[in-house]
Design a protein around this ligand. Structure first.
Ligand code: XIL
Length: 366
């Protein structure tokens, strides 16, 4: 009996299903669709669509986007009475055009925040009341503008020290620890349907992990619904251990929150020639193995993890190039997939539950 062509395609898993017609090759977003979203942080050349190759890669591979810089305070609100929404509007329009989950990053941070935020006239420190008012106005204006469009916000970024205590930022010194509670309350008020996240790095280290757990518990005790904790995931070849990644995901899952890897990259220079713009095969394979180890942990936690976002699309875009060329991502400077991409994809494909058997009326063995 000749099977209808479409059935044959499904049963045999053929990629080429008809003369001259091929189904799209699997990509990150399809290989992990059953597990979590896969995202990338974008820069303006990408969401202004100045580079067609980059746009094609982004829209094929990813179903979530994060703004690398354009929604940070210094970018979106550079002066007291001046907001600059041109780049962030483009960022959000890009995500809507291509039906992606759109992340907001971030609202309250000690870095990339202009000095005026913390100053009064004659450079005196601003009062607690005035700083709360500024924070309120900023959050209401920025979150309010993208209400219903941005799906989730990194409300507070990097509030913790390595030892797990609260970082003595200007927010902390001028307002006190309740700056955290206020930030989440106002973000919720500005867009009650937006997910609210806490985002930080190094929470794989036990003291900071404990600080993160205490921080989330404190927010929950104030009635705040934290949808997810973002583990930034700025990793190295030898840090953190996969055990520590695993333990940190478990620690947050136990609080009833989801977890996301929000800024994934693996710091990786050419060991033989740190100025080289290419990576030797041995180093490519080592990076592939490191990514495979990490994705095994991520897949193990697919019920807790909702998103894995890379901090950049291709190696050339990465913030880690500020000093010497770095090779931390899955795509090279020509936007070509690296061995690390193939390793990650192999895990995604293998983890997928096989499709149920196709049953035929005529087949009495079923
Ligand atoms: C980085 C950007 O990638 C750089 O372009 C910028 O110069 C500095 O900030 N943690 C974060 C991100 O939450 O916002 C940072 O992004 C990387 C560390």
């Amino acid at each position: 009996m000749q099977l209808p062509r479409i059935v044959a395609c499904v049963v045999l898993g053929l990629r080429v299903c008809d003369a001259g017609v091929s189904s799209p090759a699997p990509t990150l977003k399809s290989a992990f669709a059953h597990a979590f979203r896969v995202g990338a942080a974008l820069n303006p050349t990408q969401f202004f669509e100045e580079n067609a190759r980059a746009v094609q890669l982004i829209t094929n591979q990813f179903n979530s986007i994060s703004p690398e810089n354009v929604l940070k305070w210094e970018s979106v609100h550079p002066f007291p009475d001046q907001y600059n929404f041109v780049p962030s509007d483009h960022y959000v329009d890009f995500g809507r055009k291509y039906h992606m989950f759109i992340v907001g990053h971030n609202l309250v941070w000690h870095s990339q925040t202009p000095g005026w935020v913390f100053k009064s006239i004659f450079n005196f420190p601003v009062t607690r009341e005035a700083l709360l008012q500024r924070m309120h106005d900023h959050i209401m204006t920025v979150v309010g503008r993208y209400k219903g469009k941005i799906g989730g916000w990194d409300v507070v970024n990097e509030a913790l020290n390595e030892d797990g205590t609260l970082r003595q930022t200007a927010w902390m010194q001028i307002i006190g620890p309740d700056y955290l509670v206020k930030a989440y309350q106002w973000a919720h008020e500005a867009d009650p349907k937006a997910q609210l996240y806490y985002n930080d790095f190094s929470m794989e280290n036990p003291p900071k992990r404990a600080g993160g757990v205490a921080l989330i518990k404190m927010l929950q005790a104030h009635g705040i619904h934290i949808a997810a904790v973002g583990m930034q995931g700025h990793y190295r070849m030898d840090w953190p251990s996969t055990n520590d990644v695993n333990d940190t995901i478990n620690a947050f899952a136990a609080l009833g929150v989801k977890v996301m890897i929000t800024e994934l990259d693996v710091y990786n220079q050419n060991p033989a020639d740190p100025h080289s713009l290419s990576l030797p095969e041995t180093a490519q394979q080592a990076l592939a193995a490191r990514y495979a180890d990490l994705f095994k942990v991520f897949l193990h936690h697919q019920k807790t993890l909702t998103r894995i976002t890379f901090w950049g699309v291709s190696d050339g875009d990465s913030w880690l190039n500020s000093d010497l060329p770095n090779f931390p991502l899955l795509f090279d400077r020509q936007y070509q997939p690296k061995p690390a991409y193939e390793a990650v994809m192999a895990l995604g494909r293998a983890s997928k539950a096989p499709p149920p058997p196709v049953r035929y009326k005529s087949d009495r063995n079923f």
